[in-house]
Design a protein around this ligand. Structure first.
Ligand code: ADP
Length: 257
């Protein structure tokens, strides 16, 4: 989709990026970072130049989910710009690579740190920058959407009915900012066992979101032990097992963004 939301002057660091995609969720722990990382490596596998910006300064997940050799961001002393680290060809920036541990900061400070990390990084030419958003729809998320000229948003949720209300909030935030939500990913939908498929959280709330808000794509991801294990081991699932059902789902998601 064409970029619609951004009216201001584009920050220097972001000028050579074709698409900036927000991966968002309204609650923590639903699999947002898992989706952001696997989508990034899927797009890279399709031949795109990709970066991931982990915007969660309170609980950065990226350092656990990927294993770059260089785990510290470097600063270019001449230009005072940040050089991203890299793993399997994807450029990475996270507060977790800034060498300061987890943050105890008030909101405005967080916005400042996010702004600096995002806009003073030498991203170079990228086809996609994926932003792993902090969970929720508060001030920090809004500021981030205003700094970054978002092309589209992907919303990650779980199938519980309760999640519907939160997802609706997320969709409304992006819609106010005129950022199109191109897909909802319903994570941890089902698992297979004894030749049967089980839906532990019930069915249907993702379909309801898609219908009510006119979002064009809905994807289901199963509860899958290797997804969790690959997240913990620093090797994204779609790289470890590129022929799996999950990898296929990510390829279809990749086509929509
Ligand atoms: P969020 O970014 O929303 O906080 P994460 O992506 O960090 O969530 O996921 C939370 C935890 O759940 C991680 O340990 C991750 O590996 C695991 N996880 C996420 N999705 C799945 C899944 N579909 N199957 C199994 N484990 C998952």
């Amino acid at each position: 989709p064409a970029r619609t939301a951004y009216a201001g002057e584009l920050p220097m660091g972001l000028q050579s990026i074709s698409n900036i995609i927000a991966v968002s969720s309204c609650k923590g722990g639903v699999g947002k970072s898992t989706v952001a990382v696997n989508l990034a490596y899927t797009l890279a596998g399709m031949g795109a130049r990709v970066g991931i910006f982990d915007a969660d300064v309170y609980g950065p997940s990226l350092p656990t989910m990927v294993s770059p050799e260089n785990r510290l961001l470097e600063m270019n002393p001449a230009t005072k710009t940040i050089i991203p680290t890299e793993y399997l060809g994807v450029k990475l920036v996270s507060f977790g690579f800034a060498g300061q541990g987890r943050a105890i900061m008030r909101g405005p400070m967080v916005s400042g740190v996010i702004n600096q990390l995002l806009t003073t990084t030498e991203w170079g030419e990228l086809d996609y920058l994926l932003i792993d958003m902090p969970p929720g729809t508060g001030d920090i998320q809004l500021t981030l959407c205003q700094i970054a000229p978002l092309t589209a948003a992907v919303i990650v949720t779980t199938p519980q009915k309760l999640a519907f209300i939160d997802v609706a909030k997320g969709v409304r935030m992006f819609s106010k900012l005129k950022v199109p939500c191109v897909a909802v990913v319903e994570n941890m939908c089902y698992f297979d066992g004894d030749g049967k498929r089980y839906y532990p959280f019930g069915k249907g709330s993702g379909a309801q979101v898609v219908k009510q808000f006119g979002i064009p794509n809905l994807f289901d991801l199963p509860i899958k032990p290797t997804l969790s294990a690959s997240g913990d081991s620093g090797m994204p699932e779609v790289v470890a097992d590129p022929l799996s059902e999950v990898a296929k789902t990510f390829q279809n998601l990749g086509v929509c963004v």
